[in-house]
Design a protein. Sequence first.
Length: 361
Amino acid sequence: MSPLEINIFAAGPSGLAVRLLPLARVLEDYGTKCKIISPIAWNSIIGDKLGRISYYALTHPPKAYIETMKKAPNIVIISNTSTPQIYLFQKILKSKRIKVIFDLYDAIFLPVSRLFGSHIRPGSFYLERIVRDADFVTVNGHYLLEYAKSWNERVAIIHDPIDIRIIGPKYGKNSSKVTIGWEGDARVHHENLNMLVRPLERIGKKYDVRFKLVSSLGDPKVKQMFRKLESLIEIDYGPDHWLPFKEFVKLLLDIDIMVAPLRKNPWYEGKSALRVGIGMAMGLPVVASPVGEQKYVIKHGINGFIAKNEDEWYEYLKLLVEDDKLRKIMGKKGRKTAERELSLEVNGKKLYKIIKTVAES
């Protein structure tokens, strides 16, 4: 029996690196042949504003669409893109009896701007029809699951996967101080990081701790935000440039508590559990906002804490700073959650089963 052939049309570099490439590697371990098609890098060619317009006009190289229609793979996965040409591409694939799985990992159906008093939803062009007509839909969490279910009953959650063979429990201690850590691109998380300033200020007045960002990427706004805390606690802003993945993981090894603040709004409700999942995979206790998929993954008081306001952020961080034993107990339970629900192995296997079922139906 010949292997299943899968063409994956990616939406952007972040989803490609975090979600699609790791999952494709697992699919190939199961004997499939995966071909990933990256979008045209319009932003680097003509700049951000014109790049966005060009992206919606032509997302991927035309040659990739033509070759896919000619060679007819068993499955085409279209990722997080709902432009008119993608809708037309899906219609042609369906007419050729090529099965389509639509992968949604952001709330791209939400309005992002206004024109003449009306909400504009550039990401939602044809989205409902693409979701409705797909042979299956995969999403990264419950919020997007509910949206997709309103258009298609064939939906399942595939978490942004964590390779628990690479991201594992730390051993020993690299710092004499308890280190509270955050990971991500701080340049796009100003409002979320600002939620930590007051709780950390209160912690710093009572305990000798560190706060580590991986990474601020040299953003002056982030440094300005935390500057007033530097007299109270040691702050590590991380490198000012992106590092290879293995180097990035090394920067997390001296963290004792992982934090994941998120403002409550519809966009963040559509975010995955990746940030808390990384902490859990490392065997760290996590403190997070009850927003997005992280509120489903964290069992409050068991494998982490859910903090709803400044006082709760302070109280839960205080508990974990004071109690090394509690940190270890929560960290072990979080690791089990990562292994059972969030791992690359578990989610890759689940996606393979979906692909096989769709291909055989």
